[in-house]
Design a protein around this ligand. Structure first.
Ligand code: BJW
Ligand code: ZN
Length: 243
């Protein structure tokens, strides 16, 4: 299933970067955005994941985020997240660069995690930037407001918004340094995140895609592993690290 080239590269590599998307959390029960069972089928993204939509209809946007916050609070990391957390112990530099907002990599024990699109467990006031704990938000079904009167929003990155600069810079540096770069469970259509595999490849990385189906990225990848990340990543750990 894994090429000799990948096995020997992983045995020697000092620097690994793993770029993840919604697919890695699918086996935990988090719906993906696009595809057959994607969230975007039920909700139009432009109605929900941008600031203007939030100002126009905060009730609807908050209904969507509360629904997702509740899912995420009730689920656990899956074997794919745990395999990545264990792989971190075998390399000098190991970074997870995630587009996910669900915090599951940290909950699985991964230490170096860059969050390109924020974290759904955090919230802040759009006027004074005060942070608001999730527990408080989940207690009520009303649109949350700050004591200053401002609207509170989830601390995630919507379309048209800049990615957090520190997370992006660290993620880009990890992609440039990587000897092996994995892209796991992402359709790789949302930019600038989707440029990371190209950045890694241009800097000399061996690019490996893990997905249940081929994507735009498959043409450029050095190796494409088709299957569920919750099955492939634990197998990779057994084959390339423990033997
Ligand atoms: C499995 C599996 C299993 C399933 N195992 N695999 C043209 C027009 C308009 C805008 C643009 C444009 N060109 C570029 C832009 C900019 C825009 C963009 O990229 N748009 C494109 C969609 C066209 N990007 C932005 O706006 C970004 N900001 C930016 O560019 O700033 C500069 C700027 C400033 C001012 C003005 C303009 C530009 C910000 C992007 C923010 C994205 N935000 C979201 C929502 C986050 C909050 C939330 O979660 O609610 O991020 S959108 C959504 O997509 C989310 C995800 O992180 C992101 C990526 O999705 P992902 O993870 O790839 O999921 P899926 O569902 O697409 O794919 C899942 C995959 O898993 C599939 O391939 C399955 O096969 C696979 N899978 N089960 C393995 N078990
Ligand atoms: Zn405020």
């Amino acid at each position: 299933m894994f090429s000799e080239q990948l096995i020997s590269k992983l045995k020697k590599a000092e620097s690994i970067a793993v770029f993840t998307g919604a697919g890695i959390s699918a086996e935990s029960g988090v719906p993906t955005f696009r595809g057959e069972n994607g969230l975007w089928k039920k909700f139009r993204p432009e109605e929900l994941a941008n600031f203007d939509a939030f100002m126009r209809n905060p009730d609807l946007v908050w209904e969507w985020y509360r629904y997702r916050k509740k899912i995420i609070a009730d689920i656990k990391p899956n074997p794919g997240h745990y395999a990545l957390a264990e792989m971190e112990n075998y390399h000098k530099n190991f970074a997870i660069i995630t587009q996910n907002v669900d915090n599951l990599h940290r909950r699985a024990g991964s230490k170096t995690v860059y969050e390109l699109h924020g974290n759904i467990e955090r919230n802040y006031c759009i006027d004074c930037r005060k942070n608001f704990p999730n527990e408080k938000i989940l207690l009520s079904d009303k649109v949350p407001h700050c004591i200053c009167g401002g609207l509170v929003r989830p601390d995630v990155v919507w379309f048209g918004e800049m990615l957090p600069e520190d997370q992006w810079n660290a993620g880009e540096a990890a992609a440039e340094r990587a000897e092996v770069f994995f892209a796991v469970g992402t359709s790789a259509v949302v930019y600038p995140a989707a440029s990371l595999p190209q950045i890694a490849k241009r800097a000399g990385a061996y690019v490996v895609e893990v997905n249940i189906e081929r994507t735009e990225l498959s043409y450029d990848a050095d190796e494409v592993l088709i299957g569920k990340s919750g099955e492939i990543l634990p197998k990779l750990l057994d084959t390339c690290y423990k033997k």
